[in-house]
Design a protein around this ligand. Sequence first.
Ligand code: ADP
Ligand code: MG
Length: 500
Amino acid sequence: MGKAALYTTAAVCAAATAGAVALVVIRRRKALAERRARAASVIEELEGIFSTPIERLRLIADEMVEEMHRGLTSDSSASCLKMILSYVDKLPTGDEKGWFYALDLGGTNFRVIRVLLGGRESRVAKQEYEEVSIPPHLMVGGSIELFDFIATALANFVATEGEEFHLPEGRQRELGFTFSFPVKQTSISSGTLIKWTKGFSIEDTVGKDVVAELTKALERQGLDMKVTALVNDTIGTLAGGRYEDQGVVAAVILGTGTNAAYVEHAHAIPKWDGLLPSSGEMVINMEWGNFRSKDLPITDYDRALDFESLNPGEQIYEKMISGMYLGEVVRRVLLRIAQEASLFGEVVPPRLEIPFILRTPHMSAMHHDSSPDLRIVAAKLKEVLGIANAPLQTRKMVMAICDIVAKRGARISAAGIYGILKKLGRHTVQTEKQKTVIAMDGGLYEHYSIFSECLVDTLRELLGEEAASSVVIKLANDGSGVGAALLAASHSQYLGFDES
Ligand code: ADP
Ligand code: MG
């Protein structure tokens, strides 16, 4: 072959290579454009099915009001809201005085609390508490073992009473018991356990009076203490909130689960057949996590989550709102897009298939990522789901999905609160400019600020600027423990006796 021929071949090769490179670049660009278009259309579709326009929220609120009415009638089985009478008809006023105990049991830890209430001047003058974690084997053992464990912890705590601890002559110590499991309340200080939840399973307690069980255990410890109030965390929060601010009319929990309680006029409770309380009021435990309505934007993701859950058909509202589930909804959405649109490449990341692997705090960390290249999203995808090197476009999409799921939860929560305000007639401009306060507690509301800001904005939108100016959501951080001690005081067996 001559020189000229050689040069020609080289030139042809170079041209062919350049052509191939150009082709690859074109293909890549095309693929990228396609991916972008696909991502945009997926997000658009999700925005559609998860959407919560304001008119829809108003319908949801109206149905909440309707269900509240229905749940308050004698045939409350006709409603998805149990609207449980708490028998709390005396909320703390601020005048409470003396030493009181509380026990807060609602998860794997419990707290024992001792407070000194000093009336209007000194308020909660002293507060001591201890937190104890429950050994896992006691969560699935027998009733006696669990209650003995709790009573022992309480006895140990009582043994640390200081010099200043003092009860008037001949009086028993009194305890408010926050027991955050489903209970059929039979009086302010008694109630039978309907079922255990949150990983507890102690069958020999179901159907029994939990106060009687605790009292027997206290007696076995030789502890002279009277349980004067049995409540759940929502009612404890309401009581603690009311003590701090007399404008509190409702409490909402947004944590692992969700619930709400509010103060109802006794005459508006048809199923209340006892004496009208002198306050004319009664706290209602709504158990609102079980709310459902045809107007809730329930998607196929929610239906599948519910179907595969431990309690299918129950707690539908909670499954769209609360910290236990938000991350799981996001995981389900990501999984489907990974399967159908290769969001994370040709292979579906195996860890994405594991239920509940993506927790709400992970979701919230990604959602709050403000770095321009979404470094935290990348880190969480890697750490939690084993997905490395997700392109920026994909990370943006993950963030958009968190946004869609969180805001739906926050907006329908706001609709629920608006429903309560409507039921109370506090949704319009108040003539005497009284403040309406909602005591709020729970890790979701406290730590997921995009969620809580969206909730507050949506409630304002529902109320309108003017009415919204008299409604306040107040974070009542862990008020439920002190709240129970306050209820022990406001329902004390010694009420009416002289203070000494
Ligand atoms: P519980 O509801 O179990 O009594 P908390 O009120 O402390 O306990 O709420 C804990 C829940 O709050 C967690 O299960 C989680 O879902 C949610 N949570 C905690 N931290 C965050 C966070 N940083 N971002 C979003 N959600 C969070
Ligand atoms: Mg809690």
